[in-house]
Design a protein around this ligand. Structure first.
Ligand code: FES
Length: 115
């Protein structure tokens, strides 16, 4: 495996009148940068990677962050949440329950989309 952990942060941008919204307007780029900063501070460059991602199809409940291996999905992430996610999910293989996406997250998203 190339990296111990890989963090995908949606930074997709849509026009302001889009009903779906987008993770860029929720601070996707700042969230990604905060992960990069923490990776560097912890000397994990080359071991952990934070990537910009295109739309992860969770726009209305974004910003969305996915961490592999494990496929942890976080939604509604703010830049202030990043240190806690990093400490738990990157350094300690745990999850931040309050931000972890559940079936309810996806059911709510379907309702928002009238699926
Ligand atoms: S714009 Fe981020 S999940 Fe769609």
């Amino acid at each position: 495996m190339r990296y111990r952990k890989q963090i995908f942060v949606c930074t997709n941008e849509r026009s302001q009148d889009s009903p779906k919204g987008c993770c860029a307007s929720g601070g996707g780029s700042d969230i990604r940068y905060e992960f990069v900063k923490l990776i560097n501070e912890h000397g994990l460059n080359g071991k952990v990677r934070s990537n910009k991602s295109g739309c992860l199809d969770a726009c209305e409940v974004g910003p969305a962050v996915v961490i592999y291996p494990g496929g942890l999905w976080y939604t509604g992430v703010t830049v202030e949440d990043v240190p806690e996610i990093f400490e738990k999910s990157i350094l300690n293989n745990k999850s931040v329950e309050r931000l972890l996406s559940t079936q309810r997250t996806w059911d709510d998203l379907d309702k928002l989309r009238n699926v």
